[in-house]
Design a protein around this ligand. Structure first.
Ligand code: 8OZ
Length: 357
């Protein structure tokens, strides 16, 4: 019989032995400094949370074109690398482990956030519903420009450059953000990809850009340092796929061939709580560590790890308001409630001032 695990058992992820299976999920907090450079406030925030088995940083832009929100950090220039170095040092000093999330938002941007005021790029010129967060408040999304086939190698190269910079900055690995309606996800799902070249149409074609990015990043930094995040049925950012189970089974089969550090799966639809897919099909296709996410509490997470439906569980909001979440879960202590009004932007309030036990 296979051993039943609990959340406080160690697990090996790539080259890291994590002391527990409680992961801090990647969360955009819009508190980077000038030039989208991580600043001392961000160092404090991540260091406070270093007892997580693993921290996955907020999405960090791989290029100036990858930017979609104000004050989100980047990982494409040397000043940003210096900013991140202070973060990784602080987390490692406390015995923690930290992966950086590599992010290109694709169409979820606005000309005011783009170099030279260009329109954002996407697989197809399909405008998402809703509004972009800009430095001048919320503004309607614009119709993105369809990327030319010949532009895609440069985007793959941007992922590689960013992954190398993450290594320079001292991260234990990177997570390729292929979820939540950003560029790679826009290619994967047919609601946002209506291309008729090698990158659109069949499932095989729609997952080609992700495969190329994963292959190139693994080659550059080693597959044991690479995780991938997917969100098969999340409708956030105007996303839809006509056959999500088959699409993401194929994504998983493809990813399984790379010997990755982990697969991180947002199981469900953040927008309405739907949970229609059979995630066992995805879990069983992936031979490496499977990280589950989406509204898990301690009880459900414990059950998931015990029954083997997940190897690790990532927690988002509970880590915003509880820097010592691991200790609190271990001792059964009460959790601090989170203040949603301070999730995005601002200063230390609602960021680094939540109390420890
Ligand atoms: C909420 C607000 C801004 C960004 C994601 C990076 O959903 C995000 C994000 C979420 O992955």
């Amino acid at each position: 019989m296979t051993k039943q695990h609990d959340l406080f058992d160690a697990i090996v992820i790539g080259d890291c032995t994590l002391p527990n299976r409680i992961v801090m999920a990647p969360m955009t907090r819009n508190r980077a400094g000038e030039g989208n450079v991580p600043q001392p406030l961000n160092v404090t925030y991540y260091q406070q949370r270093a007892s997580a088995g693993l921290i996955i940083t907020e999405g960090s832009q791989i290029s100036p074109e990858g930017v979609g929100y104000p004050a989100t950090p980047g990982i494409h220039n040397d000043v940003q690398v210096e900013g991140w170095k202070a973060v990784t040092r602080a987390v490692h000093d406390r015995g923690g482990h930290i992966f950086l999330q590599l992010w290109h938002v694709g169409r979820i941007s606005h000309p005011s956030l783009q170099p030279d005021g260009h329109v954002p790029v996407a697989p197809s010129a399909i405008k998402p519903d809703g509004e972009a967060a800009t430095y001048d408040g919320m503004q309607p999304f614009v119709r993105p420009r369809e990327l030319m086939n010949v532009e895609l190698p440069a985007i793959v190269a941007d992922y590689v450059n960013a992954a190398r910079k993450a290594m320079q900055a001292g991260f234990d690995g990177v997570e390729i953000h292929a979820a939540n309606g950003y560029l790679l996800d826009q290619f994967i799902r047919d609601g946002s990809n209506q291309r008729d070249d090698d990158y659109g149409g069949s499932i095989k074609n729609r997952i080609r850009l992700l495969r190329e990015v994963v292959e190139a990043v693994c080659k550059a930094i080693g597959s044991k340092k690479v995780g991938v995040r997917i969100s098969p049925e999340n409708s956030f950012n105007s996303m839809h796929d006509s056959d999500p189970q088959n699409t993401f089974n194929a994504v998983t089969d493809m990813l399984n061939s790379f010997n990755l550090a982990y697969l991180h799966v947002l199981e469900g639809d953040m927008m309405n709580g739907n949970h229609a897919l059979d995630y066992k099909q995805i879990k069983s296709r992936f031979a490496g560590p499977y990280m589950a996410n989406c509204g898990y509490d301690f009880e459900r997470a414990t059950q998931a790890v015990k029954t083997g439906s997940a190897d690790l569980v990532s927690f988002g909001i509970p880590f915003i308001s509880n820097p010592d979440l691991v200790e609190r879960l271990k001792t059964g202590a009460e959790l601090n409630p989170a203040d949603a009004t301070t999730f995005y932007g601002g200063d230390e309030k609602g960021y680094t001032d939540y109390p420890f036990l």
